[in-house]
Design a protein around this ligand. Structure first.
Ligand code: PRX
Length: 638
């Protein structure tokens, strides 16, 4: 495959950027012309951010799996599409060539059809990081079913919420998942979730851990048995369903500042083009490169840069089941060494955690295959950046600091490896087609040049979210109502005189814990579910490894009130049950009251400062209902 739209020099970037702004439709139509369409589009772009309505390539017909699989078969059929590295390094790895992956996707797509799945149906996928997860995702896309992958760390309650919101009648899961030393009983979690979801008609269970599971008659079937069935029926190929450009491809739930997580909806054509374009340009992918993204497919990074981006480009993508510290902190380097990885894309939290183990785990690991390093999910601090550069990249690999979100679908701001300059802890320049602006709190756009403000994007890019599932108004109010005619990211940013951006973090009540997005309101709701909790307030505080930690202030008058450590544990169990272990507070401080204004609003600014250990300069506390409570909270700071 060749990528005529790959930018190979700084001048070419400037030129592409300029054209993408002056003639966005021609620019994206040219990129799109290198994909496989059943029918070309009538109109490249139709949009307004008021409703909002964004339509790219209207009238076109395609199937993303024909672009990720079929179109590669002739020339790249025997090239590895997926290299799967199991949790246990002693277990044998698996390689699926493009031909094999195509066959398996067709098989499973037929299994889905045979189980009554139709175009437009929602399918929830709750699996560990095994090839069957990628196969399930692609099988859904093959027949036009809308996948909604749920990260394996979410609780039964969270799954039930998502299943209900998406009205998903089908679930694909595994008996269990291996992650480090843990064996997570996925099917049993699904069983708990389904108590609240009687509308689920079918659960397909793949075998991985051989954990005992209960299979409910009439509802649950084994993945392997279903494949045998369609083999007996002689169903081998599965022609791809013809999809409209704007047909939804998937839903992915993500946290916001209020309420329950929302289902971000991505479309077929725009998402495909933008993930491919950014993959090829940001990482400067060259044919034959081995790409290793350490994210989980349960998050957007895995969707875009383990599955769709690399596969649509005909690349080899590494899918790793385990965690960077198992069986020891050299695991990522072993994988790089073993498969001669060329592109390594990971998160600052992983880098910081590995830094803590010193240089020992890097010894005797051959990292010479590495050409490009990438960072995503949260601001990367300079110390981690330099460690990554020096000890992993050996000073010869460009680092791309890629800024984007679940809602943006693909990378929007990043340097292009070796093409545009890196600047430690700066995401740097927008990709072609992306028009970022900084605005002040009144919504005034700040003039070009050095500035600090809230980051918005003022023109649609192809992989922008189209709606939040089942509630378009929520999409409008969340992203398009804060500033007129702009998509608001929720992030604050700095800009230098050259137009580089540095993302400073969320300006709303969303936390970023180890690169995972968690809403403070969600955690508070979970804590408040615990009997005896009167009220709680949750804020973030700087955490050496996680980036942000969760600090909870809790008013409690229930049982065990005098045994605080037991109450703390009870609260942690409650949060784990309601959301999942990723949302567990790192610190819980019991308080008798919260700092509130006379109108009853919690002054989080004060709580944030105290959580950060900053006891002075708490600002004006005179508007508080009871200023005395602040002293008490300060004295009890953990
Ligand atoms: O605050 C930004 C941060 O992660 C948020 C998006 O989280 P999520 O939707 O889970 O997607 C994460 C993976 C794309 C953003 O609003 N973020 C993401 N990348 C960066 C970042 N912050 C700073 N630098 C980045 N490179």
């Amino acid at each position: 495959m060749s990528y005529p739209y790959q930018i190979r020099s700084r001048e070419a970037y400037d030129e592409a950027y300029k054209r993408s702004i002056q003639q966005p439709e021609n620019f994206w139509a040219d990129v799109a012309s290198h994909f496989h369409w059943r029918r070309r589009w009538d109109k490249v772009l139709d949009w307004n951010f008021k409703e909002p309505k964004v339509e790219w390539f209207k009238g076109a017909k395609l199937n993303i799996t024909e672009n990720c699989l079929d179109r590669h078969l002739e020339k790249l059929g025997n090239r590895p599409a997926i290299i799967w590295e199991p949790n246990d390094p002693e277990e044998y790895h698996r390689i699926l060539t493009y031909k094999e992956l195509h066959n398996k996707v067709c098989q499973v797509a037929n299994v889905l059809k045979n189980n009554g799945v139709k175009k437009g149906d929602r399918i929830c996928i709750y699996m560990g990081m095994i090839p069957e997860l990628a196969i399930a995702v692609l099988a859904c896309a093959r027949i036009g079913a809308i996948h909604s992958v749920i990260f394996g760390g979410f609780s039964a309650q969270s799954i039930a919420d998502r299943l209900q919101d998406a009205k998903a009648e089908f679930v694909i899961t595994c008996d269990g998942a291996f992650r480090g030393q843990k064996d997570i009983p996925l099917k049993s979690v699904i069983d708990d979730a389904l108590v609240a979801c009687p509308f689920v008609k079918r659960v397909i269970v793949a075998t991985r851990t051989r954990t005992p599971v209960s299979m409910i008659k009439g509802r649950d079937v084994w993945w392997e048995d279903e494949i045998k069935k369609i083999e007996t029926l002689g169903m081998t190929d599965c022609p791809a369903e013809e999809m409209e450009a704007e047909d939804p491809l998937f839903i992915l739930y993500t946290s916001g500042s209020t309420g329950k997580p929302k289902g971000v909806v991505h479309s077929s054509a725009g998402y495909m083009i933008n993930t491919n374009y950014s993959f090829v340009n940001v990482f400067q992918y060259q044919p034959g490169d081995i790409h290793f993204c350490t994210a989980d497919i349960g998050w957007i990074t895995g969707h875009s840069y383990i599955v769709y981006g690399p596969l649509s480009a005909g690349a080899t993508t590494v899918l790793f089941e385990g965690v960077p510290t198992y069986p020891d902190a050299g695991r990522l380097w072993d994988i790089v060494d073993k498969y001669r990885v060329n592109i390594l894309y990971t998160a600052p939290t992983a880098i910081r955690s590995l830094m803590g183990f010193g240089l020992g785990p890097l010894q005797n690991k051959d990292l010479s295959s590495l050409k490009v390093l990438g960072s995503v999910g949260e601001p990367i601090n300079e110390e981690a950046w330099h460690w990554f550069d020096e000890h992993v990249g050996k000073g010869k690999c460009p680092i791309v600091d890629t800024w984007w979100q679940t809602e943006t679908g693909s990378i929007l701001i990043s340097n292009l490896a070796g093409i545009t300059p890196a600047k430690p802890s700066w995401a740097t320049l927008p990709l072609p087609g992306v028009q970022p602006v900084l605005v002040d709190e009144n919504g005034n756009e700040l003039p070009a040049g050095e500035a600090s403000g809230n980051l918005c994007i003022k023109f649609p890019w192809p992989s922008i979210l189209r709606t939040t599932y089942g509630d378009h108004e929520r999409c409008r109010t969340n992203y398009f109502a804060t500033y007129e005619n702009k998509y608001f990211t929720g992030d604050g940013a700095l800009r230098d005189a050259e137009g580089n951006y540095r993302i400073t973090g969320r300006v709303d009540d969303v936390l970023n814990v180890s690169g995972h997005r968690i809403g403070t309101a969600e955690v508070e709701n979970a804590i408040n579910m615990h009997a005896g909790v009167v009220e709680s307030a949750v804020v973030g505080y700087p955490h050496d490894i996680k980036g942000q930690g969760i600090y909870a202030y809790v008013i409690f008058n229930g049982r065990h009130g005098d045994d605080q450590s037991l109450t703390r544990k009870d609260i942690l169990v409650t949060v784990t049950r309601i959301i999942g272990p990723i949302a567990k507070p790192d610190k819980i401080q019991f308080v008798s009251g919260l700092p509130k204004t006379r109108s009853g609003k919690i002054m989080r600014r004060i709580l944030r400062k105290i959580a950060e250990g900053e006891m002075e300069n708490l600002g004006d506390t005179s508007t508080l209902l009871d200023p005395g409570v602040v002293e008490e909270i300060k004295n009890g700071h953990l």
